[in-house]
Design a binder for this molecule. Sequence first.
Ligand code: FE2
Length: 323
Amino acid sequence: MTIKALGYVGIQSTKLDDWSGFATSLLGMQPVDRGGAVRTFRMDDRKQRLVVTGDDKDGLGFLGWEVEDAAGLETMAARLDQHGVAVRRGTRALAVERRVGDLIVFTDPNGHRVEIFHSPEIASDPFLPGRPISGFKTGPLGMGHVVLNVDNIEVAMRFYRDVLGFHVTDYGLKPYPLYFFHVNGRHHSFAMVGSGKQSFHHFMLELQSLDDVGQGYDLAQLDEGRVAYTLGRHTNDHMTSFYAHTPSEFFVEYGWGAQVIDPATWEPFETHDGPSLWGHERLYLPEDQRGRLREMRLDAARRGVRVPNPTNCAWLDSVIASE
Ligand code: FE2
């Protein structure tokens, strides 16, 4: 009875029209007409995945983590309570707003609102993307992943690993501590950067096709200043992606081709090759910081670090592995 996926993300922003344009025309989400000062968006068969509330703030509004059923919700509520976390039961009105059966609400050590829910509502009509994409990789892997900047990584670790039960996938300590956590086969549904700041860094959406990402990259480049990280490939989850500036003060990672892990056998380990194998030039950073990251990539390249080519053939993989 544990958290099984990232279900939804809520953003606070007064820039509702900018967010609508960004989420549909670039990301390819489907707008759901809700009216008022809230915009909601679909990514798959669920009635909503992204919610933008018109609050007079800018940043992360809430994260929605999914459990299997009512018993799973009770287990998580009891566990949080045992650890002294103040848990509130979501009202019926809130469950309707979130399009879920039931939920609990609490605050993480960084002051972010966290919700745990079960029984998301499924739409009766098919997902209609905002631009012609083949679709998002969700299902049992959840909506994608979220990454937070945290000021005290030890305190945040105790909360997310020991209380919520997230599992460390891998971690890097240079140039800053970076911990990645899985709750299903997605390499990470959650990560924390020990940057000393307290903010939302990005959320990631994974596409079914590399061409969806490439065409999105073309669109992003038409929009002056939209690209935050150039196209590149991550060392640990193998994702090929770019990052875009959202209308708010954080990024969206838009990617394809991440590895799926087996949580039953996975052991956490330290990584040493920096965040990216190639690309991901962080256009918004000052040159000295970009230079450090670039040197890590070039060093990995000099050592011939690369992702093994998947064969999509279990028999061939087993032969190669045994050699
Ligand atoms: Fe990411």
